[in-house]
Design a protein around this ligand. Structure first.
Ligand SMILES: [Ca+2]
Length: 499
């Protein structure tokens, strides 16, 4: 019996010894013939709020961010990445829809009880991924419509924009990051929840993963954190890590460290479940920081269309398919992310709308980026300059001859200004040679200026025709004016008059 059993065992073992390499050979041959990329990776987007392009440790910042630094070191770190807008709501629209935010009428941050929102007709990344069988979840800051539903406005909720599951806030965590009172889970208000917002979102991810996730489906989780947007409250033990800076900066850096710890917990869940290799993880901030010193050497802050307001960190990791340990200098922006993800999973984008980015997949797989067919364009009515356009190594900025203080929350007098915007003053920068945008080339390079102006005029006009015009906006006098514009405006008018 032992002999027979031994023989059987031996036979079975021998068969395995023969068959297994054959199976591996056939499988690898097949995989190589098709594509090395598995068609359905999990997708996780992690987003910071108002964090600058220079805040993370791996971008030279002062905040202690070992988890994100490790993700960048083993994955792909982009050195020249842009958001689609210099503040919250339009930046998020550009990320989720692959389109310039004016196309869906998101011209600035969305105030509470306001008509402006991301239209239901927009096709979000979640909706695109659902066509390929993805399970979807939104965990964090929303800021694209009223949340929870306000019957007076009846704006699309996360579950009507492709998210099967949603835990989050309309805008910021209130009253601060500590013990927030405004979290809504699938339409139900949770009341006060003890803890820090970033850790609560990591908790929610783990809860969702354990109780909701279907292991036979790939997932898409969109996880926009609240940190380090004001008002910041950070754990005292983390603030103590920054004894050599002013208390405000220490609170800010500790807020980013707290976010990094939360990211570490989310990534650990993937690893513990063997999913870290087959998950595309993407980390960015929504736009530049409001804090001086947080945007590397770039000019300007949040709400500026100078690079300080629109540059963001961008880290991509997908060990199963994208070669890691790379730093890339190619210029990319948020509208590229939807075409990239769509291509990755084999989803087709509809032809009935304009897309403003391009797939980064060839670059991420280790090849070269194709030539960009359209410049990157930013339009922000509250600032001055209102417009920036990047094409190749150059940025053109455009400024209207308008000194009216524009309102923080889009008002009825801002809308005609947006509709009829005309640029009168232009600046030109080579941002590769002059990343701080100090040396305006408009006068010394008239040919380059002319070429950039005609590109700008064609693209801006086409975008304007495709933009949303809102009605029922608050009256101008009822909304707080933004006084930053006239101050900057006057400074710059003087500069132009000098010339
Ligand atoms: Ca923001």
């Amino acid at each position: 019996m032992s002999c027979s059993g031994g023989k059987m065992k031996l036979d079975s073992f021998s068969m395995k010894k023969l068959i297994l390499p054959l199976v591996i050979f056939l499988f690898c041959g097949f995989a190589n013939a098709q594509d090395k990329i598995p068609t359905q990776p999990n997708i996780l987007i992690l987003l910071a709020d108002d964090m600058g392009s220079g805040d993370l440790g791996c971008y030279g910042g002062a905040a202690r961010t070992p988890n994100l630094d490790t993700l960048a070191a083993n994955g792909i770190k982009f050195n020249n990445s842009y958001s689609g807008a210099p503040n919250c709501s339009p930046a998020r629209v550009s990320l989720l829809t692959g389109r310039m935010p004016a196309r869906s009428g998101m011209y600035s941050y969305r105030p509470p009880e306001h008509a402006m929102h991301m239209a239901g007709e927009e096709l979000t990344m979640a909706e695109v991924l659902k066509t390929k069988g993805y399970q979807t979840a939104h965990i964090g800051k929303w800021h694209l419509s009223s949340l929870p539903q306000n019957p007076e406005f009846n704006q699309p909720q996360p579950n009507e924009q492709g998210f099967d599951y949603s835990l989050g806030t309309e805008n910021n965590a209130e009253p601060s990051h500590f013990n927030p009172i405004n979290f809504i889970r699938n339409g139900v208000a949770l009341g006060e929840v003890p803890g820090y917002a970033s850790q609560l979102l990591a908790d929610e991810f783990q809860l969702w993963f354990k109780t909701e996730r279907k292991s036979d489906q790939p997932f898409f989780v969109y996880l926009p954190f609240h940190e380090p947007h004001a008002k910041i409250v950070s754990p005292p033990e983390l603030i103590a890590n920054y004894p050599d800076v002013d208390p405000k900066s220490a609170n800010y850096f500790a807020s980013i460290e707290n976010l990094d710890i939360a990211v570490g917990r989310v990534l650990a869940t993937l690893k513990e479940n063997g999913l870290d290799k087959n998950t595309l993880v993407l980390f960015a901030s929504d736009h530049g920081s409001y804090r001086m010193g947080s945007n590397r050497d770039f000019r300007g802050l949040k709400a500026d269309v100078y690079d300080g307001g629109i540059r963001v960190p961008l880290i991509v990791s997908y060990p199963d398919a994208f070669p890691g340990k790379r730093e890339l200098d190619e210029t990319v922006w948020f509208p590229d992310l939807l075409p990239t993800v769509s291509k990755l999973v084999g989803a087709k984008l509809p032809k009935d709308r304009a897309y403003d980015g391009m797939s980064l997949l060839p670059l991420l797989k280790g090849g070269r980026l194709k030539t960009r067919r359209q410049p990157m364009l930013w339009f922000f009515y509250r600032g001055s300059p209102e417009v920036a356009m990047r094409h190749g190594n150059y940025i053109l900025t455009a400024r209207s001859n308008d000194s009216t203080p524009r309102t923080h929350g889009l008002s009825d007098l801002d809308m005609p200004f947006i509709e009829n915007f005309e640029a009168e003053f232009f600046e030109l920068y080579n941002v590769v040679k002059d990343p701080s945008q100090k040396n305006d080339l408009a006068y010394e390079s008239p040919e380059k200026l002319g070429e950039m102006k005609s590109r700008y005029l064609a693209l801006f006009e086409a975008t304007q025709k495709d933009s949303v015009v809102w009605e029922d906006l608050p009256a101008y006098g009822s909304v707080k004016a933004n006084h930053d514009k006239p101050a900057e405006f006057l400074r710059n008018q003087e500069r132009f008059l000098d010339k």
